[in-house]
Unconditional design. Structure first.
Length: 134
């Protein structure tokens, strides 16, 4: 999951058209803006992203790492989380704020993985160091 989040965050700006479609996706508004072939490519790419995450979740369940959850539903949640973070960070930067994409993604992945784990003896770090207990 961490690889998916990081890969997407690092590569999504490489195709501005795709970036805009992902960020503001509403099928009824986006479809008329693209050729039929380009729209098919975009929707195929989005579906593939969800399927990749679904496969990771399903493997984690099979391997006893993750709780028994609906992998498709969790993949949809993950995809929504990614898009929400990207949109939030774009708005923050537009308003003159600092780029917090990487630490925000790291915190989201940590929270997500901790929530999915069957038994977590030590939670993931939330993108920052924590103080040792005395």
């Amino acid at each position: 999951l961490r690889k998916f989040f990081n890969y997407f965050a690092e590569t999504y700006p490489s195709d501005p058209e795709v970036h805009q479609a992902y960020m503001y996706y509403r099928a009824e508004e986006i479809q008329p803006l693209f050729s039929e072939e380009r729209y098919r490519q975009l929707t195929s790419r989005m579906a593939k992203n969800v399927e990749m995450v679904e496969d990771v979740i399903a493997k984690g369940i099979r391997d006893g790492i993750f709780k028994a959850v609906n992998p498709r539903a969790v993949a949809s949640i993950v995809w929504s989380l990614v898009l929400g973070i990207l949109r939030w960070e774009e708005n923050r930067k537009y308003g003159g704020g600092r780029d917090q994409l990487k630490p925000t993604i790291e915190a989201a992945v940590s929270l997500l993985v901790d929530g999915l784990r069957v038994c977590s003896t030590e939670p993931e770090r939330l993108g920052q160091e924590t103080k040792e207990k005395p």
